[in-house]
Design a protein around this ligand. Structure first.
Ligand code: HEM
Length: 399
């Protein structure tokens, strides 16, 4: 196919349901499960749309994560070396070493130990919301600060610095941030984290970073300061916007859904899994490139070619999920989705995200049973062209 004829990565969502992925995915899954597309980031890639193929790509060790989940959308220098500690972009042994070190921090047991903290945080934010007459923007007052403060707790950011840290991290992950503002926030936050973590080397505390430092010293495999800082920033970026957007978008989906409030209060775990599948907020999927010639489905992929694993399409694959476009809280296998990816890079923070979502949604709907939109439904604006899908703001009211 001539270069100019390569179609662009489909990103436009259909008119009608704002939660549905681009309509083109349905036809592609049926007729052209690996389709040649041009990414907004400039390169051509195979768009992988079927559930089975997406899983196969993500499980394949011959697929590199350099570029990982942003370079197909944002222009970036794909030849630049991966910064040490950037867990999401490292491959093979380098990735396995880092993941091994940090995975113990995200076990179900350790995350459950954080549930009480998450509950307190959610309740405090609801107290603050309810102390106002409303309407309020649920994104700014609830959905964004909660994941940010949870990451503060994880990284051992002192209470006195939390407001500043939260402000900087919001700039860093915001879609309205310019490149210059992003660079400045990145510089400030890395400087802040380097000083904070150096302090933890001297005076360890009860937090993830202090434990990583201690574990490294005990095993003789210590993380360097640049690795620790990059890992801290990766956790911040990976865990912040995804969870924040899920909280706000799930609230809207539940408000839209008849009996949504009752569903989430009756079985939060089940409701959250179906919302993760249905909303698939990592909306353009994740990027890989083939390091050797290989096959995906019945298509040959050559070494050096790029692939976009379209998670939102895989999660709507009718061969795997009956009536895939329906938000159906009674599915038999609610956890079958791949909203958290699959394979070696599958989301490290997924248990924590689940706890944050379960606690945020149940407590929100329990404390504010008459929660409703404060604007006409059609005026809600969405993040159509950003890596993580969501609502720009969610004005809500009660009473
Ligand atoms: C609903 C919220 C979340 C969603 C939808 C989500 C989604 C994802 C996805 C799709 C990946 C795979 C990326 C790839 O294969 O290239 C991923 C990786 C990752 N996520 Fe999450 N995530 C969420 C919350 C979190 C949280 C709360 C944290 C931590 C505080 C976190 C930390 C990470 C990290 C560190 C990775 C990279 C793992 C690796 O490369 O080995 N995520 N996430």
């Amino acid at each position: 196919m001539a270069e100019t004829e390569v179609p662009e990565l489909p990103v436009a969502r259909p008119d009608g349901c704002p939660f549905d992925p681009p309509a083109a995915y349905t036809a592609l899954r049926a007729d052209e499960p690996l389709a040649r597309v041009r990414c907004p980031g400039g390169m051509d890639a195979w768009l992988v749309t079927r559930f089975g193929d997406v899983r196969a790509v993500l499980a394949d060790r011959a697929m590199s994560s350099r570029g990982a989940n942003s370079a197909h959308v944002n222009q970036s220098d794909l030849d630049a070396p991966v910064p040490p500690g950037s867990i999401i972009q490292l491959d093979g042994d380098d990735h396995a070493r880092l993941r091994r070190m940090v995975v113990a921090e995200f076990t179900v047991r350790r995350v459950e130990a954080m549930r009480g903290y998450v509950q307190r945080l959610v309740e405090e934010h609801l107290d603050a919301l309810l102390a106002t007459p409303g309407p309020v923007d649920l994104v700014e007052g609830f959905a964004l600060p909660i994941p940010s403060l949870v990451i503060c707790e994880l990284l051992g950011v002192p209470y006195a610095d939390r407001e500043r840290f939260q402000r900087q991290s919001t700039v860093l992950v915001s879609t309205d941030t310019t490149a210059e503002q992003g660079q400045a926030a990145f510089g400030e936050l890395s400087g802040y984290l380097a000083a904070l973590f150096a302090g933890k080397r001297e005076h360890p505390q009860d937090d993830l970073i202090s434990r990583l430092i201690a574990r490294g010293a005990a095993t003789g495999d210590e993380l360097t300061m640049p690795e620790l800082v990059m890992l801290g920033l990766s956790l911040l970026v990976a865990g912040h916007e995804t969870t924040a957007n899920m909280i706000a978008l799930s609230t809207l989906a539940l408000l839209d859904h008849p009996g949504g409030r009752e569903v989430v209060l009756a079985d939060a775990e089940r409701a959250v899994e179906e919302l993760l599948r249905y909303l698939s907020v990592v909306q353009f999927g994740v990027l890989r490139h083939a390091t050797e010639d290989t096959r995906v489905g019945d298509r040959e992929v050559k070494a050096g070619e790029w692939l976009v694993a379209a998670l939102s399409s895989a999660n709507r694959d009718e061969q795997v999920f009956a009536a895939a476009d329906a938000l159906d809280f009674d599915r038999e296998t609610p956890r079958r989705h791949i909203a958290f990816g699959f394979g070696a890079h599958q989301c490290l923070g997924q248990q924590l995200a689940r706890v944050e979502l379960q606690e945020s949604l149940t407590r929100l709907f329990r404390r504010i049973p008459d929660l409703r939109l404060a604007v006409p439904r059609e005026s809600v604006r969405y993040k159509d062209n950003t890596l993580v899908y969501g609502v720009r703001e969610l004005p809500v009211t009660w009473g």
